[in-house]
Design a protein around this ligand. Sequence first.
Ligand code: PAF
Length: 287
Amino acid sequence: MLETIRTLTTLRESVARRRSVGKRIGLVPTMGALHDGHLTLVDIARREADDVAVSLFVNPTQFAPGEDLERYPRDEDGDRAKLESRGTSLLWAPDAKEMYPDGFATSIEVSGPSRGLETDHRPHFFGGVATVVAKLLLQVLPDIAVFGEKDYQQLQVIRRLVKDLDVPVRIVGGPTIREEDGLAMSSRNAYLSDSHRKIAPALKSILDETGKNVLETGNASKSEADAAEALASAGFDTVDYVAVRHADSLAPVTQSEIEDGTPLRVLAAAHLGTTRLIDNINPRAAS
Ligand code: PAF
C-alpha cells in the first residue's frame, strides 16, 4: 500500500515506525511526471532497501524566472498508480509552503563539480538542487538515495554534497533509460513537437561519435567543436555545450589523461526550439 504524505510531522512518524521494525529505507527524489527512467530508480531502491520512499516536489528554487516551472508536467494520480505498481511504500509530496515555510533563508552552494557546464547556462540551478536534496535527505533520513545518471552533473554535485557534509546516506547512480531510438527519457521530452522529436535522438548518436573521436585522437577540444557542428547540422537550434570531462570531478581533461585510461564522461546540452535537452555518455563503455 502506498502511503501519501504531505506534512513533515507525518513523514517523520512514518519513517520512525518503519525504522523501529528494522526497515532500511531507500529514497528516490523526483519532480514527478514519472517515466520508465524514474521507475528504474525505484526498482534499484527496492533491491537495495526494504521500503522505498519517492519524493514528488517540483522545486521552484531550481527554476530561473522565465523557465518552465509553471508548465512543468504534473500528473500526481498517474504517478501514484505507477509507484504503487512498482511496490513503493511512501510518497512524500509536500507543497511549497511545507518545504519552504515563511522566513526560509538557507541555501547550500556546492563548488567543485558544479563549476561550468549547466552552471554556465543555468547559474541558479545547483543552489536550488543542493538545498532541496539536503532537505529531502534530512527529512527522510534514508539509508540509500538513488539519482539518475541522465542528470550526470547533478549526480556528481550530490555525491560531493553528501561527502562534504558527512550525510550518512549512500548515493546510488541509476542508468539512463532510453527510448528505442536512443533519446534519453525525460519528463521534458513531452514538450517536443513531432519534428523536433525526430531530430532529438541525434544528441545520443553524436555523443557516441564524440566519445569514439576523443579516444581515437586524444583531442578533447577538437572533438567537442566537431560535435557542436554536428548538432547544428542535425537541426539543433542552440548548443549550450559539448564537453569531455573527468567522470568524477568534471574537470577538463588533458590528452595524456585521455590516453592513460582516466574515467571520462562526455556531456551535452542543446536546444530544439524552446526545449532544452541534456544527455551524457561514458566513452569507455561500449554502447
Ligand atoms: O532530478 C530531479 O528530478 C531534481 O533535480 C531533484 C533531484 C528531484 C531535485 O529537485
